[in-house]
Ligand binder design. Structure first.
Ligand SMILES: [Zn+2]
Length: 410
């Protein structure tokens, strides 16, 4: 995020431009503290291009909001003059909450302001629930979850992440065909139930931002990134120049019908569509067809992969190849610095990424080094919870001063 340089001029009556600059400077300073904290004020100045005075003002304001704090180093010897007290993210006063809605279950999460998962809970969906009933149950669950785990820390808000077409501006899940949802106002419903700000986002876009904010390769992720989510649904997110592309109605990222070959039938009437080929339910069904399992449960296929059973490894290798074919198409169209794959198999057995990369090498016309371009997601088995929590985390780091203007009910 570019910092705006302080002019060093005497302050005059604030204008919208001053407010915008102040907000951008606060975000840049907070981001520097997240990246490098505990960090000296002088380093924050160097990283943001701001004057010492501007850094001090922003840090004071962020400290008042409970977002940063001094972290005195343990003195081992006396220091002449004023000690340099480093500053760090304050993880004691606030938390962010999240709920990820998957096809079969929801994941509730509480994270600190460094993006560390404090508590996570998986809740299976009860059968035969209408969308409104399911959202109401999630609201009740989240209320109890916060009451039990927030421990006096103020929740800054609740992030909701899910697959399919999500419109964050309205807080609406426009279409999630596997859940059978159409135009479900999750955000407004949960806000009314919880009395907290609720932000709704596609899990692929949420994870793209999480990679940029707290991911393992966030330096490279900030230039351009494609995030590919593969679960029971598949979704992509495209991030360039610090923003994640949404397009009209925030419909960007539907990759479910990319052609990846093969003969798996798709509900759209064709065969070889991406989602139908690689979905978790497809793998589970194939395990049953091959006589490996009695009931089509993906968690059992995943457990067999963990145990190194050859049939399961073969299924996941085949899946990795199909994901590689979709990844090659995306890499050629977008040419990102990195393409991040969030998928259960590669998260558990990183060697599966070799199959995926080989397919990219075979198919892509622009990717010279798939080993460097195609990487696993940073959050492993915690990706769903991180996706949800990071919706609010991203907003906090993008517009930290808004905390001062939000209601006390937050
Ligand atoms: Zn299709």
């Amino acid at each position: 995020m570019p910092a705006l340089l302080s002019t060093g001029q005497p302050t005059t009556t604030p204008t919208p431009t001053d407010d915008g600059r102040r907000a951008a400077n606060a975000a840049a300073v907070l981001r520097a503290v997240l990246d490098r904290g505990p960090v000296a004020r002088s380093t924050v100045g160097r990283l943001t291009g701001l004057s010492a005075g501007a850094v001090s003002r922003q840090l004071a304001e962020l400290a008042d909001l409970g977002l940063v704090r001094d972290r005195p180093l343990r003195a081992t010897r006396s220091v002449v003059g004023r000690p340099h007290v480093p500053v760090d993210v304050d993880t004691r006063r606030h938390v962010v909450a999240g709920v990820h809605v998957a096809v079969l279950h929801a994941t509730l999460v509480l994270m600190d302001l460094r993006g560390r998962v404090l508590v996570e809970e998986r809740v299976p969906h009860l059968p035969d629930r209408t969308p409104a009933e399911l959202v109401a149950e999630l609201g009740t669950r989240m209320g109890a979850f916060l009451a039990e785990h927030a421990e006096g820390r103020r929740p800054l808000g609740v992030g909701v992440a899910t697959g399919g077409w999500v419109d964050p501006a309205r807080g609406v899940v426009v279409r999630h065909h596997r859940l059978g949802w159409r135009d479900v106002p999750v955000g407004p419903a949960l806000e009314a139930a919880l009395g907290l700000p609720v932000r709704v986002e596609s899990h692929a876009r949420a994870l793209a931002r999480a990679e940029q904010l707290i991911g393992a390769e966030r330096g490279r992720a900030r230039t351009s990134l494609v995030h590919l989510f593969v679960g029971n649904v598949v979704d992509a997110a495209i991030a360039t120049c610090g923003t994640v592309h949404q397009g009209p109605g925030a419909a960007a990222g539907d990759v479910s019908h990319l052609p990846v070959g093969g003969c798996t039938p798709c509900p759209c009437g064709r065969t070889g569509c991406f989602e139908a080929t690689v979905a978790e339910r497809t793998l589970a069904r194939r395990a049953v067809e091959e006589g490996r399992l009695r009931t089509p449960r993906f968690s059992d296929v995943l457990a067999a992969l963990g145990a190194g059973e050859r049939w399961a490894v073969a299924l996941f290798r085949e899946r990795a190849r199909a994901i590689g074919r979709a990844a090659a198409l995306l890499v050629d169209v977008i040419n990102p610095e990195i393409l991040v794959v969030c998928e259960a198999g590669t998260a558990r057995r990183p060697e599966l990424l070799d199959d995926l990369r080989e397919e990219v090498a075979l198919r892509s016309h622009v990717c010279a080094d798939p080993g460097r371009t195609v990487v696993s997601g940073s959050f492993g088995a915690r990706a769903l919870g991180v996706a949800a929590g990071s919706v609010v985390l991203h907003e906090t780091y993008t517009r930290p001063l808004d905390l001062g203007t939000r209601g006390s009910g937050m």
